[in-house]
Design a protein around this ligand. Structure first.
Ligand SMILES: Cc1cc2nc3c(=O)[nH]c(=O)nc-3n(C[C@H](O)[C@H](O)[C@H](O)COP(=O)(O)O)c2cc1C
Length: 175
């Protein structure tokens, strides 16, 4: 079984999750930023990770998925600023919509499982969002204090469990 873990990460949060996932995989495995991946040929399963950007997936990842993910076995991991366990119903609905938007890019793939967690919105990025003058994005900047330190050790440990459970779910001869 050949595994690929690939990711797009602007400030390192998704990369941390990618590394945690990668460490749990058995056998032949490759870890690469998405920009360094030509295609998914030859891999039995690809873990693909990215942050939510402007309520959906980064254009680079969308393009990659459209070009290479059709018919492929994929496990997805996503980081985002939104709280995963917010009491705020509106936030929960918004996060669900964002994840749905992201997953639409993989509608032609065989998606085995999805993991998502919070990722710190860096100070630099928060300032850029404020400067964008797009009210919804500026609102994310205000969320920065709630994102600091994520993904934390607990979230990385859940990411590891996700990787193990994806592997365990594969037919025995494929692991
Ligand atoms: C330009 C920009 C747009 C973002 N848009 C969203 C968003 O729509 N929803 C959200 O939950 N987080 C949003 N975020 C927060 C990132 O998804 C989060 O900080 C993520 O962990 C960054 O991952 P990375 O360090 O791998 O790049 C945005 C961040 C930036 C910089």
């Amino acid at each position: 079984m050949k595994y690929l873990v690939t990711y797009w990460s602007q400030t390192g949060n998704t990369k941390k999750v990618a590394e945690a996932v990668f460490e749990e995989l058995p056998g032949e495995k490759t870890l690469k930023p998405i920009d360094d991946v030509e295609n998914l040929e030859g891999f039995d399963l690809t873990f693909i990770g990215f942050p939510v950007m402007q309520f959906g997936l980064p254009p680079e990842v969308k393009k990659f998925a459209a070009a290479h993910a059709e018919g492929k076995k994929i496990a997805v991991f996503i980081t985002h600023a939104m709280l995963t366990n917010s009491d705020d119903q509106q936030q929960q609905v918004m996060l669900a919509k964002e994840l749905e938007m992201c997953m639409a890019a993989f509608s032609k793939s065989h998606v085995v499982d999805i993991f998502h967690c919070q990722g710190e919105l860096s100070e630099k990025m928060a300032n850029e969002l404020i400067a964008s003058n797009i009210p919804m994005l500026a609102a994310f900047a205000a969320m920065r204090p709630l994102t600091i330190g994520h993904p934390n050790q607990n979230e990385l440990s859940i990411a590891r469990k996700f990787a193990k459970s994806v592997i365990a779910s594969l037919p025995a001869r494929q692991t």
